[in-house]
Structure formats: C-alpha cells, structure tokens
Design a protein around this ligand. Structure first.
Ligand code: NAD
Ligand code: 13P
Length: 398
C-alpha cells in the first residue's frame, strides 16, 4: 500500500509550527504517511542571532534559511529556539516541494497564495487533497472567496480549512490548545459509502456545501483514504486537540474576520481603554462576522461553528494576545501607522488584519452595504487615518 506524502507550503511562524507537529505525527503513523515532511521555504538569507548556540559556527555571515533549517533543525528567523524534528525537510523549490505529495497543507500569509497556486498548477498530483491553515479571504471585483475555495478552484483539488485559537509560539512550545478542521469529505473519498468505491471521478461538495461542477479525481485505492480519520491522525497531538466539522465557510470566515476585530481591540487598548471596552468590541465584531456569513454565504453557515475553537475562542485569543492585537496597540501608543509598525517590528512576519480589512471593505463597498458593518468600516478608517479611535463608542449608539 502506498503512503501519503505531505508537504507544508509555507514556513513562517505558523507554517513552521504546523510542519513540526505534522512531522511528529507522520513518524508516529508511518503506516499511513511517509515520514519526511516537505516544507516549502520562501528562500532568503538570514543572519543567525548572536544568542543562538549555532551562531559560533558561522558568525554574522548570512546563510540561506533552508540550509540553516536543514543543518540545525531550527527556523531561526520565524520560529527561533524551537527544535524541529529532523524529518522536516526545508525545500526552496516550490514545484519540487509539492511534487508527488498527496496532502498539501497551505500555510502562508494569504496575500501570497495567488502566486503560489499559479506556480504549482499542473505540478501537483491530480488526486492531491488540501488543507488551508491560512486566515484571510481573496476579493476579486465584487466577489469574496474563501482561501480554500480559491485553492480548490485554481488547482482543481479539494481543500478544507484548519483554524482555531492558535498562537504559533505556544503550540510550538507544546502548550495545549484546540483547533477546528473543516473538511466536507468529498463523496469520492468515502469508500464503501453510498455505493462509492472511489474508482470513478465523482462530483463533490464545494466549500459552500454545493455539489461542485468540477469532477474530482479520486484518491487511488492503493492509498489510505484522505478523510476525517486520516486528517485527525495527521494534525492531532497531545498538545493540539483537533475537532472535525463540515462548515468550511464558517471556519474560514471566522478565522479571517477576527483579524479585523483584533486590530480594533489593539487600537482600543492603545488608546487607554481596557478589557471592558475590548469585550464590547469583540461582541460587536462577532455580530458583524456572523452577519457577513449569513448575508453572503447563507447556504451552509452553521451558527454552532462560532462555538468551536475557530469561533469565539479565536476571537478572544486574537483580541488579547495575537500579533494583530499586539502591534495595533503599539501603533496607537507610538502614534505611528500600522504599516510602519509591521515594517519595523515584525522581522518579516505579516499582519493579516490590514489586507483583510481592505479586501472585506472593498467587497462591501462594491455591494453598497458598508454602513451595515460599522466596526469593520471604522477599522479601515483608523488604518487609513480618517477615523479616530476615540470615536469608536459612537458606533454603539447608532
Ligand atoms: P509569518 O507572518 O510568520 O511569516 C511570513 C511568511 O511569509 C514567511 O514565511 C516569509 O518567508 C513568507 N513570505 C514573504 N514574502 C513572500 C512571498 N513573496 N511569497 C511567499 N511567501 C513569502 O507567517 P505565518 O504566521 O506562518 O502565517 C501564515 C498564516 O497562518 C496566516 O494566514 C496567519 O493568519 C495564519 N496563522 C498564524 C498564526 C500565528 O500564531 N502565527 C496562528 C494561526 C494562523
Ligand atoms: P495573529 O496573526 O494576529 O498573531 O493571529 C494568530 C491567530 O490566528 C491566533 O489564533
């Protein structure tokens, strides 16, 4: 029997953390997965920090990040001080990293996914299955698309979504948390169910729960299936509890939109207000999130999804301890723009809230419904300097 080969596309703070936990599982379940996990690295030169034990060997001479990862088993730039299993293999070639992989885990800032899909189209297995750990949306003209939907459509494969209250550094340090995986198992992967043996191409349910017009290439019979059971074996760790659901829309949008709310909470706290003000903003942010899902994705949205880790838990953790909150607070405290803080303080990491706010607002404006989302609109105004944080309470009187 063949085994699933796994590739993580992306190697930032969360990308590297997910590669670590997945590689621990491929070792434990080596009957199902090939042990080595490919991790595509956007190649760059890095200087090993002077407080690193690896510094003495090379000094301040710039090194290729992939070579550092493969030599020292540490991503010194995006996940420093966390030992990686030696079966995480950093690969600077995107096409080579995804070659022959039957499970592709997409994990990079959402603004780069378009270019990545363009490069790998035609170079992946037709029966590959995807899981997107990306929190964001893509907006084209007046259409908003989930990232996993975009991946599915541009590559012709099924793609689910993983999202939850997950601070990468905590999980990398094996501090317990939970997460949600939304995977609306394609009919053709449910062998033996509905008379399906997976032998013929079948239609499947797309992210919105509709029977897709795209025919999906079935996972060949000599592989283990790629269903909820296998995905749980790939992602679940003693310190990372996976809950499997089918609401891909709810999981994806909750993960994307909470980044807008996290910016608002950072602004609030930077202004000098505290937890009571932040909970008001979180509540309003969740209302606008649910309203957005119901207005634009009414077919499949399940309100219970907001009680999963991907829902309220992620909203709370993002508004109290994640990067979008931390650095928007810093921007207000220092009186500088969020762009400036991202450029000077994040060492290459990205704040997904900035582009998500822009994308969501451009979609709402194209529909003429931006006034129905006052908090999202205010966040855009604050980012652009046209709305003041002190005026946020006015939104609650409308
Ligand atoms: P990051 O912000 O730590 O790192 C940025 C990454 O982008 C680096 O790997 C960098 O090499 C890469 N990059 C830079 N320019 C690029 C280009 N032109 N093309 C392709 N890649 C390029 O990234 P991250 O934290 O791993 O975030 C990935 C996704 O995971 C995001 O959608 C984020 O919202 C989500 N997420 C992050 C966390 C977290 O705690 N970090 C937790 C849950 C979800
Ligand atoms: P940040 O990108 O703001 O750090 O958010 C991480 C996250 O998604 C927490 O669940």
């Amino acid at each position: 029997r063949r085994k699933h080969k796994v590739t993580v596309v992306g190697s930032g703070n969360w990308g590297t953390t997910v590669a670590k936990l997945v590689a621990e599982n491929t070792k434990e379940h080596s009957d199902i997965f090939e042990e080595d996990v490919q991790m595509w690295v956007y190649e760059e030169n890095v200087t090993i920090p002077s407080d690193s034990p690896h510094h003495a060997a090379v000094g301040d001479k710039p090194q290729k990040l992939t070579e550092v990862i493969n030599t020292y088993h540490e991503n010194v730039k995006y996940l420093p001080k966390i030992p990686l299993p030696s079966n995480v293999v950093a690969n600077p070639s995107l096409v080579d990293a995804v070659k022959d992989s039957s499970i592709l885990i997409f994990n990079l800032p959402h603004e780069f996914i378009g270019n990545v899909c363009k490069q790998i189209k035609g170079h992946i297995l037709p029966y590959a299955r995807g899981v997107s750990c990306i929190k964001g949306v893509t907006v084209t003209e007046d259409k908003v698309e989930l990232i996993c939907e975009y991946i599915s459509e541009s590559l012709g494969i099924y793609c689910g979504a993983l999202s939850g209250a997950n601070i990468a550094n905590e999980i990398a340090n094996e501090l317990w948390c939970e997460t949600t995986i939304a995977y609306n198992t394609p009919l053709c992967d449910r062998r033996g169910e509905n008379g399906s043996n997976g032998a013929n191409g079948e239609h499947h349910r797309d992210a919105r729960g509709q029977i897709s017009k795209t025919e999906l290439t079935p996972v060949p019979q000599d592989y283990p299936p790629a269903d909820h059971n296998e995905l749980r074996k790939l992602f679940d760790r003693p310190y990372f509890t996976v809950s499997m659901v089918s609401d891909v829309v709810g999981v994806s949008l909750a993960g994307a939109l909470k980044n807008i709310v996290a910016l608002a909470c950072g602004f609030i706290e930077g202004h000098g207000w505290n937890m009571t003000a932040k909970t008001a903003v979180m509540r309003r942010g969740m209302l606008e999130t649910i309203q957005f899902c119901q207005e634009f994705f009414p077919e499949t949205i399940q309100e219970m999804t907001f009680w999963e880790s991907a829902g309220w838990s992620d909203m709370i953790v993002s508004c109290t301890s994640a990067r979008n909150w931390r650095y928007s607070k810093m921007a207000v405290e220092r009186g500088v723009s969020l762009y400036e803080v991202e450029r000077t303080e994040l060492n290459g990491q990205k704040l997904q809230g900035i582009s998500t706010t822009k994308e969501v607002m451009s979609f709402l404006k194209a529909r003429g419904v931006q006034d129905k989302y006052p908090l999202f609109k205010a966040v855009e105004g604050i980012v652009d300097g046209t709305f003041e944080v002190k005026d946020i309470p006015v939104l609650f009187r409308q």
